[in-house]
Each structure stands twice: as structure tokens, then as C-alpha cells.
Ligand binder design. Sequence first.
Ligand SMILES: Nc1ncnc2c1ncn2[C@@H]1O[C@H](COP(=O)(O)OP(=O)(O)OP(=O)(O)O)[C@@H](O)[C@H]1O
Length: 263
Amino acid sequence: MTLANALPKIQIRDLQVAFGSNKVLQGVNLDIAPGDSLVVIGGSGSGKSVLLKCILGLLHPQAGSIKIDGEEVVGLTGDELEAVRHKIGMLFQSAALFDSLTVWENVAFGLTQGEKMPRQEAKQVALKRLAEVGLQAQVGELMPSELSGGMKKRVGLARAIATEPDIIFFDEPTTGLDPIMGAMIDKLIVEVTQAAGATGLTITHDMASARRISNRMAMLFEGRIIWDGATDQVEACGNPYVEQFINGRPDGPIEMKIQDHFG
Ligand SMILES: Nc1ncnc2c1ncn2[C@@H]1O[C@H](COP(=O)(O)OP(=O)(O)OP(=O)(O)O)[C@@H](O)[C@H]1O
């Protein structure tokens, strides 16, 4: 539930990132309220991953501000950056599990390494998290190579929530899954995020998934957020770029831009 006057969980102002002459983010402004689940949509190469990397401190913007809980994170290094990252759980596109660790060790990684929790205690937490994503304790003893794609995503989700983060990032959470498994992962994402009272930030191309996961959407186009609003209003938002994108129409203002470049 969004509180009208609550301090944004994440506040982004005039964020600018360029790689040489490629100006990827050209003044991004975005507020994400506590408890919101926001999906950032936008075409390939529009800068969605760059935006997430800036929030994680993996990329340094040329200009602009990113505040988490009111604290500036741009420019942080060392322990201060680690403290910010500790607030964020992440489900990576490929689930990004360590091949040489068992499933439960993967889930417990942030607890044993980051929080120095004793191994047996961390294992109990990991098994609890695995149960929350519908996986039995025996799965905890398997190696990642023994899992299907859907199971890997579940394990990745269990790992993302293991340290009870305030914020969870989901990078293309349904990529590579069949539609039913994708819908199941979406349902789990909603359940675990709400149960944790966490704020969600997702990047995806999968509009069905975006609609299921989010209560808010923002569209990134030509380096800026060109629309940001409630998910249930996106169909009728009146923005021709957003309407073309969410309906996957080949014709419209976005195609005209592509023709400008290559035509
Ligand atoms: N480390 C980097 N060095 C140089 N250019 C980069 C780097 N990271 C990203 N880019 C460029 O920034 C632009 C945005 O990339 P980004 O990966 O954020 O797009 P995206 O919206 O996540 O795309 P997709 O949906 O295809 O994953 C691209 O033009 C990309 O080539």
C-alpha cells in the first residue's frame, strides 16, 4: 500500500549516463514509494539495465542523484556501498547460481558471507526460504546443474529474499520460461515481495508478466522516463509511445524513430 506522503524508497533525479557519444540516460527522474512494485519497460538498449546498475553502484553516472531512504548513494564506495547493497535483493535473469555450491549454499550465500551467520543456522533459513518458493528440503542438497530453468528461478528468488532485503530487483524474471511457469514465478514474486513488505523494481519485456507483477509502470525512451503511472491505467494512458509498446504494434512513433536512424 502506497502512503501518499511517505519518503520515496528510491528517488532518482536527473540521472545521466553516457558511454562515449552514446547518451543512454539523459535525465531520468523516478520516485518509487515504499511497498510499490514498479516495472520499468522500454525497448532493447533503452537503458533499463544501466539504470539498475547505477542504483546498485556498479555503474557511476556522469550526473544526477539516487537516494534510497533519503540517503544519497551516488559516489558511495566500500562499506557504505555495501550497506546500501545489503538493502537490495536481486533475482538475476539467468538466476546466476554458483555451479560449485549446493542449492541451499547458494540461497544461504548472502547470510554466510555477508552476515557471517553460522553455517547450520544459515542452512535452516535457506530451507525455510526454499519452502516459501515451493521447493522441498531435498532440493537444497542438489547442485544447480540438476535443476530445470523454473527451479533455478525459484532458487534465485529464495536467494534474493534470504537476507530479508527492503528492496528486490527482478531482471527479466520470466525469460526462458514457458508461459505457465512464467505465471507461477510471477505469482511467487508477488507473494514473497508482499510477505516481506519489500519494494519491487523489475525490468522486463514480458508485458503479461509486467501487468501481473506491478502496481506501477514507467517507460524509458530516449534516455528519459516518458510515462509513469498506475499499471491499471497504462492501457488508457494516452501516450502513443507507451500504447505502441505495450500492445507490441509495429507501426507508430517508435518505429518512425527507428526509420529515422536506419531508413
Ligand atoms: N559497460 C558498458 N559500456 C558501454 N556501453 C554500454 C555498457 N553498458 C551498457 N551499454 C550501452 O547502453 C545502452 C543501454 O543498455 P542496457 O543494457 O541498459 O539496455 P536495456 O534496456 O537493458 O536492453 P535489453 O532490454 O536489451 O536488455 C546500450 O546501447 C548498451 O550498448
